[in-house]
Design a protein. Structure first.
Length: 384
């Protein structure tokens, strides 16, 4: 302890007062520093743990959001499949009394450029609203590039639900492909037009020109990179049929959602009537009660029959199967974009009738699934 002397004078005398000045000894200082370091170490450890936890939560939330968003995105498009602005194909028209002539005869090439379309191809496009592959047709390899192994490709077709230039609907553009259907009773010979011009069909009054709607054909698949080839981030991408540089064709794929690693599509096929009789389009509609038109015997009832089907192999599903698809089961395997320290994925994941994994890496994964009803196809087959 330091000692201090104070002095002053009074009445000729000098006074001395011995005093002291407080401070820390070396031992006390070292103890204080040690305690401070311990507190700092504890706070640093807490900060590191909180940061690590927040990072892991962020990765998990991002993975979940990507999975949910991909399912929602696909579902919103699939529910529109088979919408043709009020037009009902003859084979699905229960008011028809003749043998249908518009039953698809072949699975349409999803990547065929418009310049090669003919009448039969258009009929097949209208009749088959969705199709899927796990092995690509050769003509699609120039459009569907870098496909993730062991994943499916989904094709969805319909007319745009809005009319060009109305609300947020894109404006009418010369050269784009549009669909127009008639409701005029005298135009049954040409029930619809799918072309870049010649939209002369009418509404019920046979005077007002019918609405035309953009033709929509979308291909979804998983690409093995997000932005740059080789970046290792599997991504859900989309190719749309559109006009580019004066040519109508499927366009180059655009990345939608990163971290989607697995994609499986299975179809629910309406192959039986309510009486369990097989669907038969080679004959006109036959009825259990022909007078009151109750219970068609050779047409579907709008519900899937039997197990859902996965379109596998080079040929995929047949036209006879695809024309009767009324529901789609979707399975998506979402993967974290970044690795997770100290984690090893030893799980297996069930995507319908197939299993993926174990991957034995440091990415976390989760399966999302949903069943989507093709309302525009199934709804027109329902009867009391």
């Amino acid at each position: 302890m330091a000692v201090m002397n104070l002095q002053w004078q009074t009445s000729g005398r000098t006074h001395f007062v011995r005093g002291s000045h407080g401070g820390f000894s070396l031992v006390e200082l070292m103890v204080s520093v040690t305690i401070g370091l311990l507190i700092m170490a504890a706070l640093t450890g807490l900060f590191v743990n909180v940061t690590r936890t927040n990072n892991e939560m962020s990765k998990t939330n991002s993975q979940i959001e990507n999975g949910r968003f991909s399912m929602q995105f696909l579902q919103n498009d699939i529910v529109q499949a088979g919408f043709w602005g009020g037009y009902v194909p003859q084979y699905d028209d229960l008011t028809s009394t003749t043998i249908p002539t518009d039953v698809p005869t072949a699975v349409p090439d999803p990547c065929l450029a418009y310049a090669s379309w003919n009448a039969a191809h258009k009929t097949n496009l209208i009749g088959i609203a969705v199709q899927s592959y796990d092995t690509l047709p050769s003509v699609c390899t120039s459009i569907i590039t870098n496909k993730q192994a062991n994943t499916d490709v989904l094709v969805v077709r319909h007319a745009e639900t809005c009319v060009p230039g109305v609300g947020n609907c894109p404006a009418d553009t010369t050269g784009k492909l549009y669909f127009q259907a008639t409701n005029c009773s005298t135009e049954t010979a040409t029930p619809y037009v799918i072309d870049t011009s010649g939209y002369i069909l009418h509404k019920k009054d046979c005077t007002t020109v019918a609405d035309k709607r953009q033709f929509i054909a979308t291909i979804y698949y998983i690409r093995d990179f997000a932005v740059t080839a080789g970046d290792g981030i599997p991504t859900l991408v989309r190719s749309q049929f559109d006009l580019s540089s004066g040519t109508l064709a499927q366009q180059a794929p655009v990345a939608l959602i990163e971290g989607v690693e697995g994609f499986r599509v299975e179809f629910g096929i309406d192959s039986l009537s309510k009486t369990a009789a097989a669907v038969d389009y080679t004959a006109a509609v036959t009825w259990n009660d022909s007078t009151n038109k109750i219970l068609p015997l050779n047409r579907g009832d709008g519900t899937p029959d039997g197990a859902f089907v996965h379109c596998s192999g080079v040929g995929g599903c047949t036209a006879a199967q695809l024309v009767d698809v009324v529901a789609v089961n979707l399975y998506v395997l979402a993967r974290s974009v970044e690795t997770n320290a100290g984690y090893t994925d030893s799980k297996t994941y069930s995507l319908g009738s197939t299993t993926m994994g174990p991957f034995s890496d440091s990415y976390k994964r989760h399966v999302f699934s949903t069943s989507v009803r093709l309302t525009n196809v199934a709804g027109r087959r329902e009867t009391p």
